[in-house]
Design a protein around this ligand. Sequence first.
Ligand code: SF4
Length: 387
Amino acid sequence: MPLFSLYLHVPFCVSKCGYCAFYSEAQGGASSSIEAWLDALSREASRIDAIWEGRPRLRTLYIGGGTPTVLSLFEWKRLLRILNDGFDFSEIEEVTVEANPCSLTDGHLSLWSDSFVTRVSLGVQSLRDDELSWLGRRHDARAAARALEKTCSRGFDVSADLIFGLPFQTLRTWRDSLRRVLDSGVGHVSVYQLTLEPGTPLGDAEPLLPDGYLFYRFAQWYLPRKKLEQYEIASFSRPGKECRHNLAYWRQEPVLALGPSAWGYFPENGFRYRNAPTLEGYIPLTETQPPVTEAEQIGEQGLSRGIEAAILALRTKWGIDTASFAARFGEELTEKVLRVLRKIPPRLVRFFEGGVCLTPSGMRIGNAIWVELLELADERDVKLSCD
Ligand code: SF4
């Protein structure tokens, strides 16, 4: 049995933010649904154990959502018991919990300190009240700053998510959020451009958004000056504070899914699957079978898997290791990928002994480079998902 990463989806939020397209039920954490979800998680974990004939050994665990801090301490204790019963933590390297400043309590932090949680990812988004209110966040800048301070002071590895590209955001307000987040002592920052998703209040309102390029470029300049290295397109960290769980996705390591709308992946056969996307579908399915409702097999050692692996590797500072890529996908595909990359201007791509990666400028236009690589794919092969 391989060492797995496990993604667990908590499908509850106090309310929905105006831009959010992730699956979650905005119900303020009605405890009856949470109880039914915990029952279903327990059944799903037992099914996973039965499939693998034992408790899968975990390398990383990521508890995301939704809003995991919507759960009460009582519900958290039960969740931790389900995880302890269902999985083997003897080789665990990292356990991350996502937290929202509006619902994170001292009780959560104490409970996590006493358990296997090592890392907290805080959804800060901005440290400006006007920006937070426009996004429809439930917390203000003060609450976010307080959450950062108390989480860092407990000794967790702390990451903060920040959003750029808001209508009235300026480089000065962006720098202000970045600076204050760093001052709190976080070791990791993820920066995301606001995207308008259809079906969300902000997406449907179609506000005019500024070009995010300057904001992203500023983060690429500012964060390394403060000793946070960019190790992935959206991720910056102090040395040794990279998110190990996310590295599992970019390196195509095996990932198990737990909870509604969670995705899993098995690299040996390119099998990717998704659990039922809503609680309504997920809970009854767990009574009779694994709650998987979507699956795809990415071409065996084929073009699609190779191109997806190349794109995922190029998202990171390590890029493609040509020898191991060739061992996995063959010399022919390796040569095709390298040929595409050689045609790209050298200020965007850096060839080094044994590999190739994107430069910071290349990371700014990653999507255009993915398009070039995707053109190599065989149209008849399976759908690619490389976002
Ligand atoms: S708290 Fe997070 S998951 Fe919940 S609605 Fe807001 S952005 Fe989405």
